[in-house]
Design a protein around this ligand. Structure first.
Ligand code: A3P
Length: 272
C-alpha cells in the first residue's frame, strides 16, 4: 500500500484550526515527507496535508495569518499542529517572517548527506520535467561549467547547509531548531523519531511497532492503529549514476562547507 496522504481519524467536534506550533523547514529532499508522516503517528500531533508555502510565496503571505490558519488541520486542545514546506530553509526572508508570527515556533530541519541530497534534487526535477514533457538536461551539464563545479546550480547551492543555516541562527536561537539526521531516518527511523518526541516534549509514544521494513519499496513503511502505509512512489527513487571523478570532486567540495555547518550547529553527521 502506498499512500501520499497522512493518516486522519475524524477530529472531534471541538477541534479547531490554529497557527502551527511546529514547522518542518526543510531541507528539500531531506526526507521531509517521511518526517511529517512519522510525526503524525503521534496522537498529540495534527499535521497539515500539503505544503503550505505561506512564508516563502508572496501571494500566500499577503493573504495574512487567517489564510495560513485556514490551511492548518483541525486540532484538539493539547495537540500540536505541524506543517512542512521544505523550500523555507533556503528562502531568505522566511526566518524573519516566521519569527514575527511565532517567535516560539519549534523548527525541525532534516538534513541528508549533501551529495546524495543533490542527486535526489536533480532526480526530482528530472521527473517533474518528464511529466511536463520538457527538455531534459543531464546532471553533468548542470553541475559542471568550464570543468569546474557550477556554484549557480540550485541543487548544489541547496546542499550548502551552512549558508542557509546561518540566516536561521541570526533570527532564532539554536535551541529552537532540532536537526534530524535524514540518512539515519532512512536506515532506522525509530531512534531519530524518539529524539524528535523529546525535543517537542511529547509523551513517548512512537515505538518499534509503528515501523516495518518493506522489501519491495526498500524503505521503512508505517503502521498505526488505523492502517499500514508506505510513502508515495515519488519517495525513494533511483538516482542517476555519476562519473566517479565528478563524485569525488563533489565530496571534496562539500568537505569544508560541511565542517562549517557542523561548527555552526554544534554537532557532526556521518558524511563522506
Ligand atoms: P529519494 O527519492 O531521492 O530517495 P522529501 O520528502 O523531503 O522530498 O525527501 C524524499 C526522500 O525521503 C527520498 O529521497 C528518500 O530517500 C527519503 N526517505 C526517508 N525515509 C523514507 C521512507 N521511509 N520511505 C521513502 N522515502 C524515504
Amino acid at each position: 500500500t502506498q499512500s501520499p496522504s497522512l493518516a486522519t481519524a475524524d477530529p472531534p467536534a471541538n477541534a479547531l484550526r490554529r497557527l502551527p506550533d511546529i514547522i518542518i523547514i526543510g531541507v528539500r529532499k531531506g526526507g521531509t515527507r517521511a518526517l511529517i508522516e512519522m510525526l503524525s503517528l503521534h496522537s498529540d500531533v495534527a499535521a497539515a496535508q500539503s505544503e503550505v508555502h505561506f512564508f516563502d510565496w508572496d501571494s500566500h503571505y499577503r493573504r495574512g495569518a487567517d489564510w495560513y490558519v485556514s490551511q492548518m488541520p483541525l486540532a484538539c486542545s493539547g495537540q500540536l499542529t505541524v506543517e512542512k514546506t521544505p523550500a523555507y530553509f533556503t528562502s531568505t526572508r522566511v526566518p524573519e517572517h516566521i519569527r514575527r508570527m511565532n517567535p516560539d515556533a519549534r523548527l525541525l530541519l532534516i538534513v541528508r548527506e549533501p551529495t546524495e541530497r543533490l542527486l535526489s534534487d536533480y532526480t526530482q526535477v528530472f521527473h517533474n520535467r518528464l511529466e511536463k514533457r520538457k527538455q531534459q538536461q543531464t546532471l553533468e551539464t548542470l553541475l559542471m561549467r568550464d570543468r569546474e563545479l557550477n556554484l549557480d546550480y540550485k541543487a548544489l547551492n541547496r546542499s550548502l547547509y551552512h549558508v542557509h543555516m546561518r540566516r536561521w541562527l541570526d533570527v532564532f536561537p539554536r535551541s529552537c531548531v532540532h536537526l534530524v539526521d535524514g540518512d539515519a531516518l532512512i536506515r532506522n527511523p525509530l531512534p531519530e523519531m524518539k529524539k524528535v518526541e523529546e525535543f517537542l516534549h511529547l509523551e513517548p509514544q512512537i515505538n518499534a511497532s509503528n515501523f516495518y521494513f518493506n522489501q519491495t519499496k526498500g524503505f521503512f513503511c508505517l503502521h498505526d492503529r488505523r492502517r499500514e502505509r508506505c510513502l508515495h512512489g515519488s519517495k525513494g527513487r533511483k538516482h542517476p549514476r555519476m562519473a566517479p571523478a565528478i563524485l569525488r570532486k563533489l565530496h571534496r567540495f562539500f568537505h569544508e562547507p560541511n565542517r562549517e555547518f557542523f561548527q555552526l550547529v554544534g554537532r557532526t553527521f556521518d558524511w563522506k
